[in-house]
Structures are given as structure tokens and as C-alpha cells.
Design a protein around this ligand. Structure first.
Ligand code: GUN
Ligand code: ZN
Length: 432
């Protein structure tokens, strides 16, 4: 691949906009440039200077468009792509009515491959370059997703979803098969190219204590893997967990007691947390993943972003496709803003962009590789058009600051705002 010189308004983070004044944590270089070589950001600096030093580089000039790290979505279910936006159910009914019947189909490698390709096409069009996905109980669903991502040179995390109770016939494994299949998949895919494996017990209600124990044992054997699950999403779900585990101090304890609480753990939703749960999650440095479109769509509740960040929790931002109602991380940032408003704590545009890039990279322990448009990181980038529709363009024309423009695109933008997406230095979407 030839060197590429990308120029535009380059946005990078120099700090954490939750601890510094938000705008001070961001650097914006108008007429900035990024030299892309072998899938990496080799150099960053003024575009003119880079062009003079690298006259042979292919030039991709984006003028006043905003060039930044690609979006990172740390909690998705790619197998739910085709049932996104299914009407009228709350969590447990939604799983039984829509999700489980669709997931049943992923034992068929052709179906899994087709949905994996559709999902990765859709997310690239929306500027998402990395995600951490649940698959289904079928090893075929994991093979299909990793194979498709590998072909695209994409950094993804995924794992076989494990369930050995409270799921329909055809969608249950066992404690032993979940352990052995997960280990076999992990040995095959973890660390290959840009792929990583996440140990994936779906959630407490669908795993026996024996299965939770087996997953915990596997994690102890493979401590550099991530572990992903769900935690305290809906009040009814929490009551169910308590009835299944009368011995547990709280929902988190059902994971903790089986070796499933750790720094490399990702806990989706984490809405209705008790004080002990918050303390333990913070002490171990686990990641809480905010899924705002899902939390309103399925009617789950309002994540306490301000409180959790203030107490030092590690937080990421995710779509939760297809419980979430959009593939778009812009739409997801807008929903996070709206939930902040309902809690009286609006988020700054810089905080929203940070959550969708650096914050989610930190949740995945990948902040040294992805999540920021600076030299030395992988060249996963998104280019935002800040006037992508007439409605946004007229608002942007009235804006007095760049942040006002960015905020309008966050609130009103969709895939039309994505002027380009680069994955590993390859432009997978670029307007002519
Ligand atoms: N809890 C257990 N499984 C799921 C799922 O697939 N989606 C959501 N939103 N919550 C879950
Ligand atoms: Zn989920």
C-alpha cells in the first residue's frame, strides 16, 4: 500500500475531558495532516510540512472536515443486526420474542457469514472501526465474524455467547461444552492479526453456577482475554437474579463468586447498581459500558454517567445493537447527551467524542493502539462532514464555535455525516 497523506481539521485528545476542562483536553489542527504508512499513523503535523517531506504520498484532502479516530463500540450483538428496532417488549420478553429465534439461525455458517458482512458494512458506513461483539452459542457464529473481520483487516473483539439454562432448545450449551468450545475458539483466534477473544457468559440468568464457574476458570487460565457480560440492566432482571441466587449479596456478586469480576471485565448497561457493586467495580477497575439507545428503547433506565465518572469508574459508550436502536455512534452520543439531560448533567461534545473513541478504547484496554488520531496509533479514522444535511448545514452556519458545529452533527447526524472511514489505513468509505 502506498503512503497516504490525509489532511483536514485533525482532532486528537491530549487529556481526559472529564478531568480537565473539556475543550482543553482536545487539540484541533486546522490544515493538519496524518501520514499513513503500513496501517499506522506514522506522523502527524501541519499538512504542508508533511507534504514537503513525503511528496510521493497519495493525498486525501478533506479541507475543513474533521478527521479523528474511528468510533469504537464496546458492546454489540452482531447476530441481532436483522432484528434491530423490534417493537414493544421489555428485556426478557424481547429476548424470548425476537432475539433467541434469530440467534437460533447462527448454527448455519452461511447465515452467520452473511449477517457478519452486512453488520461490518453498516458499521463502517457509520464510522465505527472497532467493536466488541457477542456472537451466539454456535462456534460457527464466532468463526464467521472473525473471518469477515480478518478479511477486512479490522480490529475486533468477539466471543461465543454461553448459555446453559433459561434459553430455548437449540440455544443451550453446557458448562463443559461452553468451556471447551470457548477455549478452542480462543486458541484459534485470540491475537491473530487484529482479532481478540472475549470470554462471554451472556448474563447470570442464562448460566448455571457450574457454567459461571467454568467461564471463571477459563478466564483465570487466559487472563489477557477480555470477559464481557451484562449487569443490572432492568429491575425485573435483577429480581430474577436474586431469586436464582439467594446466597448472593447482589447481582455483581453472582459474577464475583465465580471468578468473573476483574479489570479486563466489560459489564454492559450497569444501570441499577448498589453501593457495594459500585465500590467493587471501581476497586478492580472494571469497565462499565453505557448503552443509551438500548436503555431507552428497551425501557431499562438512566445510566449515572456523571456519578460513575466522578467516582473514577472506567466507562465506555456503545450501541448494544440490536437492543440499541441504531448502528450509529453519533446517534448513540446524542442519546447519551439526552440521558445526561434527564439526570441534570449534560455532557460536552468533547466528552461525547472522547467516550466514543478514547473512553471505549480504555474499556477494551486498547488505548495504546486505537482511539486517538496521533502518531504511533493504528490508522483507524473517521472523517466528519459538519454540514452533511440541509438541516445540519443551516445550524452549522449559525454556529460561533467549532464545538457548536460538532454538537449539531452529534445530535442530528447519521451515516451521511461520515465523509470517510479508514480501517488499518485503507479507505473503506470515501466520498468521491
Ligand atoms: N441481557 C442478556 N442478553 C441481552 C441482550 O442480548 N441484549 C440486551 N440488551 N440485554 C441482554
Ligand atoms: Zn448486550
Amino acid at each position: 500500500m502506498p503512503d497516504i497523506l490525509i489532511s483536514g481539521q485533525i482532532l486528537s485528545f491530549t487529556g481526559d475531558p472529564f478531568t480537565a476542562p473539556p475543550e482543553d483536553a482536545v487539540r484541533i489542527d486546522s490544515d493538519g495532516g496524518l501520514l499513513i504508512r503500513d496501517g499506522m499513523i506514522a506522523e502527524a503535523g501541519p499538512a504542508d510540512a508533511l507534504a514537503a517531506r513525503h511528496p510521493q504520498a497519495e493525498r486525501h484532502d478533506f479541507n475543513d472536515r474533521l478527521v479523528m479516530a474511528g468510533f469504537i463500540d464496546p458492546h454489540v450483538h452482531y447476530p441481532q443486526t436483522a432484528i434491530i428496532a423490534s417493537w414493544g417488549k421489555r428485556l426478557i420478553d424481547w429476548l424470548e420474542s425476537y432475539t433467541f429465534p434469530e440467534e437460533m439461525r447462527f448454527g448455519d455458517p452461511a447465515h452467520a457469514a452473511q449477517i457478519a458482512a452486512t453488520y461490518l458494512d453498516l458499521t463502517a458506513a457509520h464510522g465505527t472501526t472497532t467493536m466488541c461483539s457477542f456472537c451466539t452459542i454456535h462456534p460457527e457464529s464466532v468463526e464467521a465474524f472473525f473471518a469477515e473481520a480478518q478479511t477486512r483487516g479490522q480490529r475486533v473483539v468477539a466471543g461465543k455467547t454461553c448459555m446453559d439454562r433459561n434459553a430455548p432448545d437449540g440455544l443451550r450449551d453446557t458448562a463443559r461444552s461452553a468451556h471447551d468450545d470457548s477455549r478452542r475458539l480462543l486458541e484459534r483466534w485470540h491475537g491473530v492479526d487484529r482479532l481478540s477473544y472475549a470470554i462471554t457468559p451472556r448474563f447470570t440468568p442464562t448460566s448455571t453456577p457450574e457454567q459461571l464457574e467454568a467461564m471463571g476458570a477459563l478466564w483465570a487460565e487466559q487472563p489477557d482475554c477480555l470477559m464481557q457480560t451484562h449487569l443490572s440492566e432492568q429491575v425485573d432482571e435483577i429480581a430474577w437474579v436474586k431469586s436464582l441466587h439467594p446466597e448472593a449479596r447482589d447481582y455483581l456478586d453472582t459474577y464475583e463468586a465465580h471468578g468473573l469480576l476483574g479489570e479486563r471485565g466489560l459489564y454492559g448497561h450497569a444501570i441499577h447498581l448498589e453501593p457495594r457493586e459500585r465500590d467493587r467495580l471501581r476497586e478492580v477497575g472494571a469497565a462499565l459500558v453505557h448503552c443509551p439507545t438500548s436503555n431507552t428503547f428497551i425501557g431499562s433506565g438512566l445510566f449515572d454517567m456523571a456519578g460513575l465518572v466522578a467516582e473514577g469508574q472506567r466507562v465506555g459508550l456503545a450501541t448494544d445493537t440490536g437492543g440499541g436502536s441504531s448502528f450509529s455512534m453519533l446517534r448513540t452520543m446524542a442519546a447519551a447527551y439526552e440521558i445526561g439531560q434527564l439526570r441534570g448533567t449534560p455532557l460536552h461534545a468533547a466528552q461525547l467524542l472522547w467516550l466514543a473513541t478514547c473512553g471505549s478504547a480504555r474499556a477494551l484496554h486498547m488505548e495504546d493502539r486505537i482511539g486517538n488520531a496521533v502518531a504511533g496509533r493504528e490508522a483507524d479514522l473517521v472523517v466528519l462532514d459538519l454540514a452533511s444535511t440541509p438541516a445540519i448545514a443551516q445550524r452549522a452556519a449559525r454556529a460561533e464555535t467549532l464545538w457548536e458545529q460538532v454538537f449539531a452533527t452529534i445530535m442530528m447526524g447519521d451515516d451521511r455525516a461520515i465523509a470517510a472511514t479508514y480501517i488499518g489505513g485503507r479507505d473503506v468509505k470515501r466520498a468521491a
